[in-house]
Write a protein that binds this ligand. Structure first.
Ligand SMILES: [Zn+2]
Ligand SMILES: [Zn+2]
Length: 182
């Protein structure tokens, strides 16, 4: 996929974020401040102060906004929803180097809250994906009991499961068993 490292990283972050939502099947995995802290550390979200219950509420709201973008029935809907999300977010692009990462662009405002940070960087990454005509790469897992979202980065846009190590394998095993029974 013709996207830079930063953009891929932001796309991976928004996928991780959305997949903590009970909307994608399973339990809410952002139900507490501790879980929010773990998410932030796992995704190496930089430049944050202490997190509060308010951050948790705001992040959960932005998570559902991103979920709706991923599950839009068509591209015009995705564009409209993403524009709505971006219009409510302060975005100030600036070049930065930190924590050993090469020069890259941050889109979130210097005093951004965590939710603003995620909305800005992940929102811009999704905007670029749409601009590149790649809306169809925003997918929902084809496994019957899984609604996780993912970005299909395969060359021929052929990926159908959220994670080939889990859902993909699981489905292959199920298909194999079904064939054996037949
Ligand atoms: Zn950075
Ligand atoms: Zn899945």
């Amino acid at each position: 996929m013709p996207f830079g490292h930063d953009m891929q990283y932001s796309l991976a972050t928004v996928v991780e974020l959305v997949n903590t939502s009970p909307s994608t099947g399973g339990e809410d995995r952002l139900a507490s401040l501790g879980e929010l802290q773990s998410f932030v550390e796992a995704r190496e979200v930089s430049g944050l102060g202490g997190l509060t219950a308010r951050d948790l509420g705001q992040v959960r709201m932005i998570r559902e906004a991103f979920y709706r973008v991923f599950t839009s029935p068509d591209q015009p809907t995705a564009v409209r929803l993403l524009n709505g999300l971006l219009s409510e977010t302060r975005i100030t692009p600036r070049l930065t180097e930190h924590d050993g990462h090469p020069l890259h662009v941050h889109y979130f405002a210097p005093d951004a809250t965590l939710a603003e940070h995620l909305a800005a960087d992940c929102g811009v990454a999704l905007a670029h994906l749409l601009v590149e005509g790649e809306w169809e790469r925003l997918r929902t897992c084809a496994a019957p009991d899984c609604d996780h979202v993912f970005v299909d980065e395969s060359r021929n846009r052929s990926r159908v499961y959220c994670d080939s190590r889990t859902c993909g394998n699981r489905m292959h095993v199920a298909a194999y068993r079904a064939r054996r029974r037949a």
